[in-house]
Design a protein around this ligand. Structure first.
Ligand code: PEP
Ligand code: MG
Length: 316
């Protein structure tokens, strides 16, 4: 039955009653694009630009090199959306020229947007390269910053985008609980939100994502995490803006239905998961997804949340 459902899985992501939820791909560079196209991704929801910076730990790649790589990804999705995340260095993705060597808690230190604001030349080059790469292409370019904590961060990023003359929507990732709690204030500065549930779980549960001993808190079914997702999605809806998910949570077909029920407007995941998420989402109505989301949030543990959502969706 699952194979039949998958074989018929194509076209845009939507619930059974036609509520659209664009299904986008997470990519690390041009090498990941063929699989994303093959899976029918409606665009890219997270282009992790870190990989481009890994070749040389002493300096950033030249503007020309960046333009060439960005253009290859942008060209693959004519008329589609491509959401590029500016460099997220530090913590689990250290870079010698950006990441302080002596931090006792790198995940709580200078990483993501914080390191770019300390190195405005690196941010400027990246934004200029993105701007040039998108020139003349029919793509909808969106650029977002990782590790936005508050409105001051969001404004600093939006200012940098404007100064670089970037013709794109700019957004903020919600990866820190403060950003979910004050999403409406952040949305005064940016045009969209994208939930990075991997880091949001890490910071919500004070559980390092690289430490196996605390991995139970990386489970995205945790009701506290679902509460923060709901808060961000409701804030975006109130501001008439979009709020996607680009963390691992989006790749779990059942959880994708729950996220939809919480008000998330797009889902981005590794290409391999797209057909499964598309097929599962197509089985349930938006109202069913909303009931599953409410049941999951009413639970006390991740395991109970998953069982409650499953119960609602299988009609128990
Ligand atoms: C996340 O934190 O959920 C995310 C999408 O970004 P990364 O996993 O690259 O930190
Ligand atoms: Mg992250």
């Amino acid at each position: 039955e699952q194979r039949a459902a998958l074989a018929s899985s194509s076209g845009p992501g939507a619930t059974s009653d036609g509520h659209k939820v664009p299904l986008l791909a997470n990519v690390g560079g041009p090498a990941d694009v063929p699989a994303a196209v093959e899976a029918g991704a409606e665009g890219v929801g997270l282009f992790r630009t870190e990989f481009l910076f890994l070749d040389d730990s002493e300096r950033a790649p030249s503007e020309e090199k960046q333009v060439a790589v960005y253009r290859q990804v942008l060209e693959a999705f004519p008329e589609g959306r491509v959401v590029v995340r500016v460099l997220d260095a530090g913590a689990d993705k250290p870079l010698d020229f950006l990441t302080p060597a002596d931090e006792p808690n790198p995940a709580l230190g200078v990483r993501g947007l914080r390191s770019l604001l300390d190195h405005p030349d690196v941010l400027r080059t990246q934004l200029t390269a993105l701007s040039k790469a998108a020139e003349g292409l029919p793509v909808y370019l969106e650029v977002m910053a990782p590790m936005v904590a508050d409105r001051i961060d969001a404004k600093a990023f939006a200012d940098a985008c404007r100064e670089a003359g970037l013709n794109a929507k700019f957004g903020a990732m919600v990866e820190i609980p403060s950003a979910a709690l004050r999403a409406r204030s952040i949305l005064q500065e940016v045009e969209f939100l994208s939930l990075g549930t991997n880091d949001l779980a890490q910071y919500t549960f004070a559980a390092d994502r690289q430490v196996g001993a605390v991995s139970r808190w990386q489970d995205p079914w945790q009701p506290a995490l679902l509460d923060l997702v709901a808060m961000a999605a409701e804030s975006a809806a109130a501001e008439g803006k979009s709020c996607g998910v680009c963390g691992e949570a989006a790749a779990d077909p059942l959880l994708a239905c729950v996220l939809t029920g919480l008000g998330v407007t797009s889902l981005s995941m590794g290409a391999a998961s797209i057909p499964y998420v598309r097929a599962t989402l197509a089985k349930y109505s938006l109202a069913q997804c909303e009931r599953a989301a409410a049941a999951a949030r009413a639970a006390d543990t991740a395991e109970q949340a998953r069982a409650a959502a499953q119960g609602v969706l299988s009609g128990e």
